[in-house]
Design a protein around this ligand. Sequence first.
Ligand SMILES: [Cu+2]
Length: 325
Amino acid sequence: MNIPTNIATLIVGVLVTLISFWVGQHHGLLPVAASVNAPLIDGLFDTMITLSVGLFLLVQGALIFALFKFRKPKDDETDGPPWKENLPLEILWTGIPAIIVLGLSVYSFEVYNSIGGLEELAMQAHHHSMKGAAIAAPLNSTSQSSPTEPRLATIGFTAPANVKGTGVTVDVTGLQYAWIFNYPDSGITSGELHLPVGQDVQLKIKAMDVLHAFWVPQFRLKQDAIPGRETELWFKPTVIGTYPIVCAELCGSFHGAMRSQVIIEPQSDYDAWVQQQLADSAPSDHPTIASAGQSQSAETRLAPRLAEMGISELTLAQVHPHHDG
Ligand SMILES: [Cu+2]
């Protein structure tokens, strides 16, 4: 048997291709793309949908076609002709999947690299090599995780091209069962993440207790929060709006309730929010506590707000980087 090459096959091929491309562009399965990373992920996803639809139509079409075409005629008890092998067909159905898988591997690796996925690995390699070097040269042990370290550049890793991580830095802490956001520049601690639109953002993610995962579907970003190890995310929010922050790692009985939200707003609104937060947490707001003087800790000031969130002062003392001593 040869591979069929007639006009009907050609038409079917063109149709399958057109349908696949159409579905790949119009599946509507993804939420709004709200970060610079999102179009990259979506391009990969659309490509995979296109290929999957094409393969699905081909395989199911061949099955249904064979059902009718090779149906056993009534009262026909004879067997079909025996087939031993079909080399062209076997080359085709091995070669095409191999090319698809290889192409998707290279493509997805490129996307992963563009959104800074490899940067994390480079950091770890760097940290490990620095730990080794620190024994011989203690002065080096203080320089830790700058993406512009020459050592990283020489092995081909640089900060992701589309995000520099220079705009807003936020310390993110996951704990059973909440997210806490600390802005080291202003000292603000919040239960929801506010960010100005169009600014490069760097999140430094930690976990207090067990594994969690920081996930914003609209950013197409997900990063593990790991006890004892800091992970990072870089992105730039591009669309104003309020999006869910979801814990994407089963972390205990109330994992499903471990949600917060990220508010992407114009710079002026963001600045106003920062001012409001600073005013809210000012010592004068809590006269009984304020009488303790200027030396009061951030934990003490923030305690009333966090009590509302169901987070204990003890927990906060562990989370907040500005605790005494
Ligand atoms: Cu969790």
